[in-house]
Design a protein around this ligand. Structure first.
Ligand SMILES: Nc1ncnc2c1ncn2[C@@H]1O[C@H](COP(=O)(O)OP(=O)(O)OP(=O)(O)O)[C@@H](O)[C@H]1O
Ligand SMILES: [Mg+2]
Length: 493
């Protein structure tokens, strides 16, 4: 029985995103939604949730179906509410007073520490903010969950918690999940929809297996089209020859036969569709060399909260050229504070941190928060020395930001497009030392793989925070675990 039925669904604004989507979502379905940044995953989820109107087709919910929708970004209106209050307000107004006990029950289900429950969402880590959205959706007892990149900002422990929750309490609730997290998709989905502007493709497998099948299907389609193109050419040539012979010999039969061949060629040609080309744009880095062996030397450094409360102390740490130091630890352990402190040390003296004079910093803040939201990508890139108007357009297009999005304020880019812009700015800085705070958040899978390759190929030196297991395993050379106010280096991720 379908709880949600999509019929010929299509969205063509601001550009063709998807079309002719027909599928059912019913009991047992765990549908992973996979596509490049800006391809329309969030748009599709918003159509399913009734928050956006498709340009074509329909979304039909079976009677009484309640949807729980977890958006990709925290709605600003919630920031001032405490965690408990945010959940309370998600209860249906009619029975709110009687149902209030469920706030505590749901927070227990997500293993929420007592001290966080009355704190405003604005003061919670990104990971807890995301779990708050999930809890808000869950408390209203949805029949189907729509999750837009649920693992973003979650630390490894919380990803495990989320996976356990999906396999446990939420195991009977069908889900549609947009995600770029390969490990999570494999663990939590059983169907995969690759969203495409032409023909989207649906597989009854989790991401990894589906990706293999997609590659085979794309290759088979390419071979079929090549074969058909040859056949069309052959039919047209034969038709031409027959027509000439027919005209010369005055044979109506041959001329008719020639027409038939030409018709066949036309019909075959009409079945050819442009092959889907993944055009997410490429992520490139440019790094500068340095002769310094040790780029940053840390001796007896205390990392503290912005209010000055000590978080942890590092007795001794040398970051050498080629080190890719991964900071591991829970949300709120102080990883971002450490990154901020290192960043400050590259600009001004900081006690306990010795920075090589040859160090050139490339910094990407969490959520690319350092980008000016009110300006357009084009303005930001064109403002770089030596980059004119035309070059800015080409650079942005090459990074996967289409012409229309280039002229839109950064605040109105999709989160993945914003991340790609942040990485392009990084490339233009040509640094020799990278500070990256969750650089792959929101970045699509091809983009993540390119960033991995680039960091490795450039032998980049970096300190990075990431909760993406595959990414960390691929790029990390050293791992620093920050736990309960202590820091220790551990072997492997
Ligand atoms: N606020 C907005 N105003 C105008 N256009 C937008 C806005 N947000 C997104 N778009 C455009 O709509 C298209 C689809 O965006 P959508 O957010 O659905 O993509 P997505 O697949 O979810 O991307 P991501 O992987 O970055 O989350 C993109 O081309 C994007 O540029
Ligand atoms: Mg999105």
């Amino acid at each position: 029985m379908a709880l949600i039925a999509l019929r010929d669904l299509g969205v063509a604004t601001p550009r063709p995103l998807f079309q002719n989507l027909t599928l059912n979502i019913g009991p047992g379905d765990r549908l992973g939604l996979v596509a490049a940044n800006g391809a329309g995953k969030s748009t599709l989820l918003r159509c399913l949730a009734g928050r956006a109107e498709p340009d074509a087709g329909s979304v039909v919910l079976s009677r009484g179906t309640r949807l729980g929708f977890v958006e990709q970004d925290l709605p600003p209106g919630l920031l001032g509410l405490s965690l408990s209050e945010a959940l309370r307000r998600a209860l249906p107004p009619a029975g709110r007073a009687q149902e209030e006990w469920r706030v505590g029950a749901v927070l227990d289900e997500f293993a929420t520490p007592e001290e966080l429950r009355e704190r405003p969402l604005a003061a919670l880590s990104g990971g807890w903010q995301r779990l708050a959205l999930l809890a808000r959706a869950w408390i209203a007892a949805p029949d189907v969950l729509l999750l837009d990149e649920p693992t973003n900002h979650l630390d490894l422990e919380k990803i495990a918690l989320l996976e356990g929750w999906i396999a446990g309490p939420a195991s009977r609730t069908p889900m549609v999940v947009a995600s770029h997290d390969r490990g999570f998709l494999d663990a939590c989905t059983n169907r995969t929809l690759f969203l495409r502007p032409g023909t989207s493709r649906l597989y009854a497998h989790p991401y990894g297996a589906a990706r293999g099948l997609l590659a085979e299907d794309d290759a088979a389609e390419e071979r079929r089209q090549l074969r058909d193109a040859k056949e069309i050419h052959r039919l047209r040539r034969n038709a031409g020859e027959l027509r000439n012979i027919g005209v010369n010999s005055g044979s109506d039969l041959l001329q008719k036969k020639s027409m038939q061949l030409r018709d066949r060629a036309d019909r075959l040609e009409a079945t050819l569709r442009p092959l889907h080309a993944e055009r997410p744009g490429s992520i490139r880095l440019a790094s500068r060399g340095t002769h310094a062996k040790v780029l940053v030397a840390i001796r007896d450094l205390v990392v503290a909260t912005p209010e000055g409360q000590p978080l942890f102390r590092i007795a001794r740490l040398d970051i050498r050229q080629g080190d890719r130091l991964v900071l591991l630890g829970r949300n709120g352990a102080g990883k971002s504070q450490f990154i901020q402190l290192l960043r400050r040390a590259t600009a001004e003296p900081v006690a306990g941190v010795q920075v090589s004079p040859s160090l050139i910093l490339g910094h990407a803040a969490q959520g690319m928060a350092h980008l000016p939201e009110g300006r357009t990508p084009h303005e930001v890139i064109a403002a770089h020395a030596g980059i004119g108007d035309g070059r800015a357009i080409a650079l942005l297009a090459g990074a996967g930001i289409d012409a229309e999005a280039q002229r839109r304020p950064i605040a109105r880019l999709s989160p993945g497009q914003k991340a790609r812009l942040g990485l392009l700015v990084l490339r233009l800085a040509a640094p020799n030392f990278y500070l990256l705070d969750e650089p792959t958040n929101h970045v699509d899978i091809p983009g993540q793989e390119q960033l991995e390759e680039e960091l490795l190929a450039q032998g980049a030196t970096c300190v990075l925070v990431s909760h993406d297991r595959r990414f960390v395993e691929a790029v990390g050379t050293r791992f620093l675990l920050i736990e309960d106010g202590r820091v220790r280096e551990k072997e492997g991720g």
